[in-house]
Design a protein around this ligand. Sequence first.
Ligand code: COA
Length: 150
Amino acid sequence: MSAALRAERVMVAHVEILSALHRQCFDDGWSPDSMASLLNTPGTTGVIAVAEPTDQPVGFILMRIVAGEGEILSVGVVPDAQAQGIGTFLLGIMLEEAIEVVFLDVASDNEPAMKLYQHAGFEVVGRRPGYYKRPGGEPVDSLTMKYVLR
Ligand SMILES: CC(C)(COP(=O)(O)OP(=O)(O)OC[C@H]1O[C@@H](n2cnc3c(N)ncnc32)[C@H](O)[C@@H]1OP(=O)(O)O)[C@@H](O)C(=O)NCCC(=O)NCCS
């Protein structure tokens, strides 16, 4: 990792920051209202990665834990800060907090995300053909991945 980072626990007060981060990372960015309803759902947790000493938010991860099972809801790192280990940093924090297993879904053509998850120890356990649509309408499979805490 090239810069010093700190992790801040997400709170409802962070909805604007989370929405802005999400919009930089995804075509279908989530609004502050969507973020607020997510954060108000029981079991939702997450962290924001903040670069030091600039105090600039550079990434986020959101997870829901229900009955010992974690589900990664979303993870993103702003384009300028990608490929510097920040995604790995964020995922590592979440994996320490889940209790038994963690699931997630990822587009099968998302190479950086697949690398991130596979290196953390996730394995593919399912496929939903054509689950996602790219902006041009092109279908992309969704892969369900599972991590078992050992
Ligand atoms: C997926 C994402 C969160 C990874 O975050 P990151 O901070 O770049 O990840 P890291 O730097 O920790 O790198 C994780 C792995 O991805 C690889 N990677 C990162 N960016 C890459 C790129 N543009 N192309 C190919 N591989 C890439 C890294 O090399 C690393 O693999 P390695 O261990 O073999 O070197 C980030 O690319 C992102 O925000 N993408 C857009 C949003 C998204 O797709 N989120 C996931 C949805 S499921």
